[in-house]
Design a protein around this ligand. Structure first.
Ligand code: ATR
Length: 278
């Protein structure tokens, strides 16, 4: 075995967050690595809120090869990078870091993970569909580019704070692309084929009231949040007659697979890992 191969097979990675104790990323990456017997060590690292850069530096000095970044550090990670991918640039946020020599590189795999789960795992179309996304925070900004690349008929962003949805929509709308409309939750109207929830209040078991009739015939609903129970948003969607629903566990595993491939150079099989996490 060559020295180069040994170096690639072993590897130290982590996820930075605060808090981070709930993260399932170590389980996911260890399960990926086990598919080829790679000696990957993947840790949770709680970075101090006031010194994310210092935490990244210490990890690098400890021999870290790459890292994931979760709440609340994705924008800070973006600012810290020497080089970023186009999709991270569009998201204004980075969830995957690695070093190339002294250069810190950043990518954002969240949107690709969402699209892969919706399109390939769930088998739902985004192309030529009317898409509604609820929320206008960092999670939404991170996925708009990859969603629009699938060429929906239109994309509507609805948010409690209307101005945030309007700004996001104006920033991503391109002349030749599908129309992107931003607005409030209170005056939300129309019918949609795919509704995606990214309102983080859903984690605590509460959802804002939504009008009846948003779901078109055959519509499907996706919650970027995941849990052991159906989320409040998915319960609402079922009551509204959704044809199918899915939570964000698949997105979590797919965004991880995308990061793993960047770091390790091979694509892990996601289906058994999703089954394991369930
Ligand atoms: P994330 O990274 O999860 O997107 P965020 O950037 O803090 O987190 O965004 C949280 C999103 O959830 C926002 O769209 C927020 O709406 P506002 O922009 O109006 O704050 C939304 N949100 C949080 N709690 C909410 C609630 N109780 N009702 C409606 N929307 C809520």
């Amino acid at each position: 075995m060559t020295a180069e191969k040994t170096a690639l097979e072993a590897g130290l990675y982590c996820v930075f967050g605060n808090p981070v104790s709930h993260s399932r990323s170590p389980d996911i990456h260890h399960a990926f690595a086990a598919q080829r017997g790679d000696a990957v060590q993947y840790e949770k690292r709680e970075a101090p809120l006031d010194d994310f850069a210092g935490a990244v530096q210490s990890f690098r000095e400890a021999g870290g090869l790459g890292a994931n970044v979760t709440v609340p550090f994705k924008e800070l990670a973006f600012a810290l990078c020497d080089a970023i991918t186009e999709r991270a640039d569009q998201a204004g946020a980075v969830n995957t870091l690695w070093w190339d020599g002294e250069q810190l590189h950043g990518d954002n795999t969240d949107g690709a993970g969402l699209v892969k789960d919706i399109r390939d795992n769930q088998g739902w179309n985004i192309r030529k569909k009317r898409v509604l996304i609820l929320g206008a925070g960092g999670a939404v900004r991170g996925v708009l580019g990859p969603l629009l690349a699938e060429e929906p008929t239109l994309l509507r962003i609805a948010n409690r704070t209307k101005e945030k949805a309007e700004t996001l929509a104006a920033n991503v709308m391109k002349g030749e692309g599908p129309p992107v409309l931003g607005g409030g939750l209170d005056n939300l109207m129309g019918q949609f084929d795919l509704v995606i929830n990214a309102i983080s209040a859903g984690l605590q078991g509460e959802m804002p009231a939504l009008p009846d009739g948003l779901l078109a015939d055959g519509a499907v609903a996706y919650d970027m949040i995941y849990g052991n129970e159906p989320t409040p948003f998915l319960r609402w969607a079922e009551q509204q007659g959704a044809n199918a629903t899915a939570d964000g566990l698949g997105m979590l595993v797919e965004q991880a697979a995308e990061a793993f491939e960047i770091w390790r150079g091979w694509r892990p099989d996601t289906a058994p890992v999703m089954a394991l996490l369930r």
